[in-house]
Design a binder for this molecule. Structure first.
Ligand code: GYE
Length: 304
């Protein structure tokens, strides 16, 4: 990949940046949009991107990062599946003088100097927005089932905590069951099927930590002969196009945006770091919320 675009741009192979990207996997539509954003923007800029699919296992990601270090890449991007357990490999990257940009999900570390920058979304704020929307719009519904994201991930941890904190202010709303669907559509469906068997008509609201699980739950609800969006209210997070469409169609009630299109910001950050310019240590996207009032109008301009 060092020849074609370089020749066109008149660059020598030596000036081309090489970035290693340890992605979580391909668990959701959000994730696919995120991968495409980093790939497309790399191509646009003539950056060589080494892509490693972690297949939802942290050990795979750690192995990929070690291999990027061994190959002497210019910078490393990690989308950490879980929050903890990163210090050793981050220390190895630091020792090798290779800057690491943590993307999307945060890491829990005792030494913030182990990574150069974080670029992502405020998951706590997203969970709060979902809960506040419910507090205003749930009417006389009270009973919530929660579909959690991947255990140990910052996204699941924060969306869960924020939602619980916000519900504490609204004692009429309560979580009657909470289980993981691992951010996956198929698992969202099977978990919802099981919950419908256990709780039956008691379920009035679904809070899903992402749209894929919500869309799986909608299938389960329909197959159980109920009307999603009416018999059972559905709120979730990501605002993938299919979910915004479901909101416009009335099958889902609200989805909080979590923008995965980090490509431009990631490479801007890396280029600044490598040029020795100061970068924001942590930067967050500002996210919107879509419900019946604005979903249809937003659809044509949704990018993912
Ligand atoms: O919400 C989910 C994906 O970490 C924000 O991961 C991300 C989450 C996103 O699988 O769809």
């Amino acid at each position: 990949s060092k020849s074609g675009s370089d020749a066109a741009a008149g660059n020598s192979g030596d000036s081309q940046l090489t970035v290693g990207f340890a992605q979580t996997g391909a668990e959701s539509a959000w994730r696919t949009a995120n991968t495409n954003s980093l790939r497309n923007e790399a191509e646009k800029r003539g950056i060589e991107l080494k892509f490693a699919d972690g297949q939802s296992k942290q050990e795979n990601q750690i192995r990929a990062v070690r291999s990027f270090i061994a190959q002497g890449v210019d910078a490393i991007v990690i989308a950490p599946i879980v929050e903890t357990g990163w210090d050793p490999v981050l220390r190895e990257a630091k020792r090798a003088n290779i800057p690491v940009v943590v993307m999307d999900r945060t890491v829990a570390t005792s030494d913030e100097s182990l990574y150069a920058a974080f670029v992502g979304s405020d998951f706590y704020e997203e969970g709060r927005m979902a809960a506040d929307w419910l507090a205003e719009n749930a009417g006389d519904r009270t009973n919530i089932v929660e579909l959690q994201g991947e255990p140990g991930s910052a996204a699941a941890n924060e969306r869960r905590k924020a939602f619980a904190d916000a519900l504490a202010k609204h004692p009429n709303l309560k979580i009657i069951d909470s289980q993981t669907g691992n951010f996956r559509r198929a698992e969202g469906k099977t978990v919802m099927e099981a919950m419908l068997k256990t709780h039956g008509d008691a379920i009035q609201i679904v809070y899903a930590h992402n749209d894929d699980m919500a869309l799986g739950a909608i299938q389960a609800i329909e197959e159980a002969g109920k009307t999603p969006g009416e018999d059972i209210m559905i709120v979730s997070i990501d605002a993938i196009k299919e979910a915004v469409q479901a909101v416009a169609d009335g099958k889902m009630n609200c989805t909080v945006e979590c923008n995965p299109l980090f490509g431009p910001k990631i490479y801007d950050t890396i280029e600044a770091i490598l040029a020795g310019k100061p970068v924001e240590k942590k930067s967050y996207n500002k996210d919107e919320l879509f419900d019946q009032t604005n979903a249809a109008a937003a659809l044509p301009s949704r990018q993912y």
